[in-house]
Write a protein that binds this ligand. Structure first.
Ligand code: CO
Length: 248
């Protein structure tokens, strides 16, 4: 069942989403060669607690950290550790926050110093696919119009869309209905209605779409070891069109 939110609920949700945006903005400034992903996680957690909010991921299905840090061929759910970033890496940062009964969720992939032109293209195509999806998140469209817009943009550039992880509804729960695949047929799926709040999150591989989970039980990596990128926003569908709640 898809839970529609009132204007007031969306306003409240935007507060948790703004915390996500602010914390990610702070982490962005720290991303550079030699910092460890554990340090990024500690910064994120301190920042969240400071704002009177709670990290949404920590403890979720026993996930051990506040932030997901996925480097290079890691797709999502990389666990922060003593590993140091190095020049040429790409790092995906995924952050969820719980504040005043609502969740916010966003992710982005950043370059560490100078990266290859292939990596740059992967980042821009993935981010652009997120915005193509968001542009389709309007009343009267259908859910898979979002999916299809994402998939088309990605595949036109020769990259592939991950199948085994999807976007989701979000609100008083981190994961609500509907599931939102990053591939699908336009014109299909549930009608988009005023008050739907969705975490739209394309995960894009430079090579094939297959992923495997490492023995830590969390880290998803590309099966062919190709690079992977991830961009996510929490979006509200309103009579004024899509509103990106996790945009600063
Ligand atoms: Co999400």
């Amino acid at each position: 069942m898809i839970i529609l939110k009132s204007q007031d609920e969306i306003k409240r949700m935007s507060e948790s989403c703004q915390i996500v945006a602010e914390v990610l903005e702070g982490i962005k400034k720290l991303v550079a060669p030699d910092i460890t992903t554990k340090e990024l996680d500690q910064y994120a957690e301190a920042c969240i607690l400071n704002k009177g909010a709670k990290p949404a991921f920590k403890g979720y299905r026993r996930y051990p950290a506040s932030l997901c840090t996925s480097i290079n061929e890691q797709v999502v759910h990389g666990i922060p550790s003593a590993v140091r970033l190095k020049k040429g890496d790409i790092i995906s940062l995924d952050l969820g926050v719980y504040y005043k009964s609502f969740y916010g969720d966003a992710a982005l992939t950043l370059p560490v110093g100078e990266i290859t032109s292939e990596a740059k293209k992967l980042l821009s195509v993935t981010e652009e696919s997120l915005y193509a999806g968001i542009r389709n998140a309007f009343i009267g469209n259908r859910l898979f119009d979002i999916s299809s817009a994402i998939q088309k943009g990605v595949e036109a550039e020769g990259f592939s869309v991950v199948r085994s992880f999807v976007g989701h509804g979000i609100g008083r729960e981190l994961h609500e209905d509907p599931q939102l695949p990053n591939f699908g047929k336009s014109g299909e799926g549930p009608m988009l209605r005023e008050g739907m709040t969705l975490a739209i999150e394309p995960m894009v591989n430079a090579g094939m779409w297959d992923v495997v989970i490492l023995s830590d039980g969390w880290t998803a990596v590309t099966k062919d070891k190709s690079l992977s990128a991830h961009f996510e926003h929490t979006v509200a569908i309103t009579s004024d069109g899509p509103i990106i709640l996790t945009k600063l």
